[in-house]
Design a protein around this ligand. Structure first.
Ligand SMILES: Cc1cc2nc3c(=O)[nH]c(=O)nc-3n(C[C@H](O)[C@H](O)[C@H](O)COP(=O)(O)O)c2cc1C
Length: 168
C-alpha cells in the first residue's frame, strides 16, 4: 500500500509525509502518482475537506483500490464530524478517518476565504459567546479560525497508524 494525497495549502501534505515516514510507506501527491502509481494499486488516500467533501476522493476511487481514507479539515475532531464525513464521502469497504489540519487564509483567494469565513461563522460565534469561559484550546481554536494557524500534530495520526499496521 502507498499513500496518495492532495493538498492545497500544505496541511494534508504534512500529515501524508509524517504518516509515510512513521509507517515506512511511500507517499505521492496526486500528480506524482499519475506516473508512478499504477492503476488498481492499493492506496491510503488523504485529502483536504472542501464543502464537506474530501477533495479528489472520487478520482482516487476510480483509479486505485482505496483501502482507507483520511479527510483533513478545520474543525476539532469529534464523533459528529466523523459521522457527517462518513455520510458525505462514501468509499466502498474502506474506513474513513478525520484529521484536524489548519487554516491558511493568506494562501487562498478571497472567494474561498469568504466561503470558509461563512462556513465557520457559527463555530466562531459559539466560541466568542463563551467569553472568559473558553479553555486554552478554545482560545487557540478561535484565534486560528480568525487569523489562521496549524493544528497538525503527529499524535493525531494514532488511529490511522494503528489501522495501517493491521492492514498494510
Ligand atoms: C473553499 C474551502 C472549503 C473548505 N471546506 C471545509 C469543510 O467543509 N470542512 C472543513 O473542516 N474544512 C474546510 N476547509 C478547510 C480546509 O479543509 C483546511 O484548511 C485543510 O487543512 C486544508 O488542507 P490543505 O492545506 O492540505 O489544503 C475548506 C477550505 C476551503 C479553502
Amino acid at each position: 500500500m502507498v499513500i496518495v494525497y492532495r493538498s492545497n495549502t500544505g496541511f494534508t501534505r504534512e500529515y501524508a509525509e509524517m504518516l509515510g515516514k512513521a509507517e515506512k510507506i511511500k507517499v505521492y501527491s496526486v500528480s506524482e502518482a499519475e506516473s508512478k502509481v499504477p492503476s488498481g494499486e492499493d492506496i491510503f488516500y488523504l485529502g483536504p475537506l472542501m464543502a464537506g467533501h474530501i477533495s479528489g476522493i472520487d478520482q482516487a476511487v476510480k483509479k486505485y483500490a482505496v483501502k482507507g481514507v483520511g479527510g483533513v479539515g478545520i474543525s476539532p475532531a469529534s464523533p459528529q464530524v466523523l459521522e457527517t464525513l462518513s455520510k458525505a464521502n462514501y468509499v466502498p469497504n474502506a474506513p474513513i478517518f478525520y484529521l484536524q489540519g489548519g487554516w491558511a487564509p493568506k494562501k487562498v483567494g478571497w472567494l474561498k476565504r469568504r466561503m470558509v469565513g461563512m462556513a465557520t461563522r457559527s463555530m466562531r460565534e459559539a466560541l466568542q459567546d463563551k467569553g472568559s469561559r473558553r479553555t486554552p484550546e478554545e482560545n487557540q481554536q478561535l484565534d486560528f479560525l480568525i487569523h489562521g494557524g496549524s493544528w497538525v500534530s503527529f499524535d493525531k495520526l494514532d488511529a490511522i497508524r494503528d489501522w495501517i499496521r493491521e492492514n498494510k
